[in-house]
Design a binder for this molecule. Structure first.
Ligand code: 5GP
Length: 218
């Protein structure tokens, strides 16, 4: 098992960054919550995934996703470029490894917005990551939100709802659960998780200030 953020970094940042893995059904509001948290909290970055799915109107290549062909994606799998990858709704999605490792090492927290299969892959292969599930208040509300979003055909919405059913059964695999009833509250909840994880003694015990304090009282 790989340990994320193993080596020591400079004192410029508090300590090594933390990997936050966020999952939840399509349409639950993950993107809106994550976007606001990125705007409000310093030293948090978003891991832009690669995908073979079609770009939606308004999405920007390199910001929302790196949109790549099936061939490019398969080549990247072979070259071991992903921390994890999965096939979701007939398309490939994957987390590029370089950016994640580099930011964690520099002391930045990294947010992954990935599906449940991907989250479980990370859980089985890395220690130190934190797992957060974002759930809808009800299945009916999820259906309404997906319809309102208007980016998918009826058939695709049905598929996403079927996938959502399976995904919801994996909630117990996660450490944190946010029920997205109210966007502002969910943003506050995710922020609280990030701030609390940053304050864990185990994480910050090696930074100079803490070490000095512990030596002074020894
Ligand atoms: P969408 O097509 O709606 O943007 O995303 C569909 C699903 O793919 C979402 O559940 C999203 O979290 C997931 N996803 C996005 N990027 C990745 C990734 O890099 N890896 C995995 N495993 N899932 C991803």
């Amino acid at each position: 098992m790989k340990v994320l953020g193993e080596s020591q970094n400079s004192e410029q940042h508090l300590a090594q960054g933390i990997l936050f893995v966020i999952s939840g059904p399509s349409g639950v509001g993950k993107t809106s919550i994550i976007r606001s948290v990125l705007e409000r909290i310093e030293h948090v970055v978003f891991s832009v995934s690669c995908t073979t799915r079609k770009q939606r109107p308004g999405e920007i290549d390199g910001i929302d996703y790196y949109f790549v062909s099936h061939e490019q994606f398969e080549k990247m799998i072979q070259e071991n470029k992903f921390i994890e990858w999965a096939r979701v709704h007939d398309n490939y999605y994957g987390t590029p490894a370089d950016m994640v490792y580099e930011n964690i090492r520099k002391g930045f927290d990294v947010i992954l917005d990935i599906d449940v299969q991907g989250a479980l892959t990370v859980k089985n292969n890395f220690s130190g990551a934190k797992f957060i599930f974002i759930a809808p208040p009800s299945y009916e509300i999820l259906r309404e939100r997906l319809k309102k979003r208007g980016t998918e055909s009826e058939e695709k919405i049905q598929r996403r709802l079927e996938t959502a059913k399976k995904e919801l059964t994996f909630i117990p695999e996660f450490e944190y659960l946010i029920i997205n009833e109210d966007l502002e509250e969910s943003i506050r909840n995710l922020s609280s998780i990030i701030f609390a994880e940053r304050l864990r003694y185990e994480r910050i015990k090696d930074i100079a200030k803490v070490r000095k304090l512990m030596e002074e009282v020894r």
